[in-house]
Each structure stands twice: as structure tokens, then as C-alpha cells.
Design a protein around this ligand. Structure first.
Ligand SMILES: NC(=O)c1ccc[n+]([C@@H]2O[C@H](COP(=O)([O-])OP(=O)(O)OC[C@H]3O[C@@H](n4cnc5c(N)ncnc54)[C@H](O)[C@@H]3O)[C@@H](O)[C@H]2O)c1
Length: 381
């Protein structure tokens, strides 16, 4: 495709795309995709063409007349043919497809880079060719380390500019080559740059979403019950509580994260679809500044909430142990100390602010895990 110098930018729709719309949803069978389908498909005037080889979390939609799932990987040539046609017919394309598990960033970096860049760059080209709006799920990991991690700890709290993440100003700071933890962040960052380049040179409309820890039902899997390997922190701590194992804190659990309810997060995405003119050609952090915790605090809070859900006070003293990052993730892992998103853009352009507290988010999420896994385990046993 020949690059043009100053193309007329492609215009996005000037009407909400949550009615009478046709959407392509890549990676629709995963955690976020399943919640997005639950919101979009209730309106029969919205038609979704989905791609995902794994239908487990969206079985309740498989027979819906306004949904068609291709059980295919994006990197399969046959899947791509059909994708061209669907993108041509779509009002917008949402790309969620990725491998996004921290335990794999340094243990299977080749697959992580392939999945997060090589399997998706074609989607960008197809959208640019068809002149379609691409809403791409990136990650807050693209920011890498915070500036604060380069200064003395005393400076940390006194200057918010050292740790606040601004979508348009904050530099992307990655570790050295041997720290393979950054494979995911670098692949996501290159794809963001590829998207931006297609906007700048070819006028393709885009929105980049940078999620910060969406917590809710259906996130990941419980190892030994419906998957194998090491899931993200929520499911790791849940597995420990469900299976009577110690909750393992990597390097003492001092890393801080902000956590946003999947309900708030889906509302942000729906607002993007409702206001294409405001959402197009922007990157948005989607997180919750009020819900910041260290991983040690998160483990303790989860013990307390699980005691409440089960009515069993012994969970208040559920064992917690510290493990080195090397022992937990293997060599080449390092963590980002803190991520505090600026959310002004989402508020000003979309009218979005998150409202669900950390405690409420955990209560809803952990109740789901308890009902889904503890009860089914008891029934199976
Ligand atoms: N959940 C979060 O808090 C979070 C945080 C940061 C970034 N993200 C990003 O949001 C997106 C969705 O995350 P999620 O939590 O729903 O992850 P998920 O793993 O639950 O879902 C991803 C889905 O993509 C599918 N997939 C992977 N490669 C594919 C391919 N080549 N073709 C077709 N389907 C493919 C998988 O089968 C899976 O169902 C990802 O891009 C992820 O990097 C999520």
C-alpha cells in the first residue's frame, strides 16, 4: 500500500454505534470480549462478527441471530479472507485478541511478541485499506517503568508528574534487552506506533485503549480447574483461597496497581462507541485512581472479603508468603512500581468517570469465583 503524504482523514460515524451498527470484534471470546458482547448484543439492531478460537466464556451468545463467531486465530490465512469482507461491511473494528499473561512475557517471549504484534499488524492494514475505525486494546504496560523509579524513593510522593501516566505526554521507558518482561510492552508499543503511523500517513481513524487492571467475573482461569499455567494476580490469589494454598506475594507485594471494575470499564468502551467523533484519533487510559493498592494490601483485602463471602473467619488468617520474582516468574522478570493513570481525557471527551469502589469490585468478582469454582469443585468432589 503506497503511503500518501497528507491524505484527507477518514471520517468516523457521527451517530452512536450502539444501535443499527455492524461491528467486528477480534478476541471476543476472552474476558473483556465476553462482557462487551453481553452489553452490545442485547440490542438486536447491533450485529457482531467475532473471531476467537475459544468460545467457553461466550457460549450463551453462540445461537444469537445478531452474532457470528469464527472459531479461528487471526494468523490463520483462511480467517483473514473472511475478515477482509467483514471489515469492509463494518462500522468499526475492535481488537482485543492477544496473549496478555505476565507469566508468559519472559517464559515464552517469542509467542508473546508474535501474538501482540505480528498477529495484529495485518488487522491495522486491513482497516486502513477499508478506511475503517480501529479501536485497539493496548495496555498501560506501554508506559514501562515510571519516572519515579529513576529517582530516590523520597521524591516519589511529592511530585505526581513522576508517576502519573498521561496518554499524550508520558514517555515509554523499558528495561534492558535481557529483561524479557518488556516483550509484551514493546510489542504493544510497536503496534500502537503502527496504528498511529497508519493514521498519520493514510488517515485511518483509530482509538487506543490502555486498560489498567480490569477486575471482574470471568477473568482468566483457575489452574487445575479450567486451565493450566499462571494466570494474572486476581486468579492467582483466588486459586490460593479456593485450594487452601498460600497466597504468594512477588517480592513482598510492594508493587502498586489501580484496579477498575469491569462494569466501569465496559461503560467507557460503550461511550467510545456512542461518541465516535469524540473517541476517534485518541489514546485513553481506562482505570480508577481511587482504587490503588499494593499487592500485599490486595491479598489482605481479598482474605477479608472471602471470609465474608464464605462466612468462614479462618480465611482472615489465610497464609501469605513472599516469593522472589525470579522464583515466581523465572529469569528476566522485573516489575513496574506504580501506575497512576490520568483520566482527564476520558472524562472530558467521553463524559466517563469510574464509580465502583475496590471493595465492591472485589466482592462482586470473588462472589462469582466462589459460585463458579468452589461450588462446582464441591459438587464434582
Ligand atoms: N484485562 C485487563 O485488565 C487488561 C489489561 C491490559 C491490557 N489488556 C488488553 O485487552 C485485551 C483483552 O484482554 P482480556 O483480559 O480480555 O484477555 P483474554 O486473554 O481473556 O482474551 C483475549 C482473547 O483473544 C483470543 N486470541 C488471542 N490470540 C488470538 C488470535 N491470534 N486470533 C483470534 N483470537 C485470539 C484468545 O483466545 C482470548 O479469548 C488484550 O489485548 C490485552 O492485552 C487487558
Amino acid at each position: 500500500m503506497a503511503a500518501r503524504e497528507h491524505p484527507a482523514p477518514v471520517k468516523v460515524a457521527d451517530r452512536p454505534l450502539t444501535r443499527d451498527a455492524r461491528l467486528v470484534l477480534l478476541g471476543c471470546g476472552g474476558y473483556i470480549g465476553s462482557h462487551l458482547l453481553d452489553t452490545l448484543l442485547v440490542d438486536p439492531s447491533v450485529r457482531v462478527d467475532g473471531w476467537d478460537p475459544r468460545p467457553d466464556k461466550i457460549r450463551h451468545w453462540l445461537d444469537a441471530p445478531n452474532f457470528k463467531l469464527r472459531r479461528a486465530m487471526l494468523n490463520e490465512p483462511s480467517g483473514l479472507d473472511d475478515l477482509h469482507e467483514c471489515v469492509e461491511a463494518a462500522d468499526a473494528v475492535i481488537n482485543l485478541a492477544a496473549i496478555c499473561n505476565p507469566a508468559e512475557y519472559n517464559t515464552d517471549p517469542i509467542t508473546v511478541i508474535r501474538s501482540n504484534f505480528l498477529d495484529s499488524y495485518k488487522v491495522v492494514e486491513i482497516c486502513a485499506e477499508a478506511g475503517k475505525w480501529l479501536i485497539h486494546f493496548s495496555t498501560s504496560e506501554v508506559y514501562g517503568r515510571t519516572l519515579a523509579s529513576y529517582v530516590s524513593p523520597g521524591d516519589y510522593d511529592c511530585d505526581a508528574a513522576l508517576y502519573e501516566l498521561d496518554e499524550d505526554e508520558t514517555p515509554f521507558l523499558m528495561g534492558p534487552l535481557s529483561s524479557q518482561r518488556w516483550t509484551y510492552a514493546c510489542a504493544k508499543q510497536l503496534l500502537e506506533r503502527y496504528i498511529y503511523a497508519h493514521h498519520a500517513q493514510l488517515g485511518m481513524p483509530y482509538t487506543i485503549v490502555r486498560p489498567l487492571n480490569f477486575f471482574g467475573p470471568r477473568m482468566d482461569f483457575i489452574p487445575g480447574q479450567d486451565g493450566e499455567g499462571t494466570p494474572r494476580v486476581l486468579a492467582c490469589f483466588m486459586k490460593a483461597l479456593l485450594h487452601g494454598e498460600p497466597m504468594r506475594l512477588v517480592d513482598g507485594g510492594s508493587a502498586r496497581r489501580t484496579i477498575v471494575s469491569i462494569r466501569d470499564a465496559i461503560r467507557a468502551i460503550v461511550l467510545m462507541l456512542e461518541k465516535p467523533q469524540s473517541a476517534a484519533n485518541q489514546a485513553f487510559n481506562v482505570g480508577n485512581r481511587d482504587n490503588e493498592v499494593t499487592m500485599a494490601e490486595l491479598a489482605d483485602l481479598m482474605r477479608k472479603i472471602y471470609a465474608r463471602i464464605t462466612g468462614d473467619d479462618s480465611f482472615l488468617k489465610h497464609p501469605i508468603e513472599s516469593v522472589s520474582a525470579r522464583d515466581f516468574y523465572g529469569p528476566g522478570y522485573e516489575d513496574c512500581d506504580r501506575r497512576m493513570p490520568r483520566l482527564d481525557k476520558a472524562r472530558d471527551l467521553l463524559g466517563w468517570t469510574p464509580s465502583v469502589s475496590l471493595e465492591e469490585t472485589l466482592l462482586e468478582t470473588m462472589t462469582y469465583y466462589h459460585d463458579h469454582y468452589a461450588v462446582s469443585r464441591r459438587q464434582a468432589g
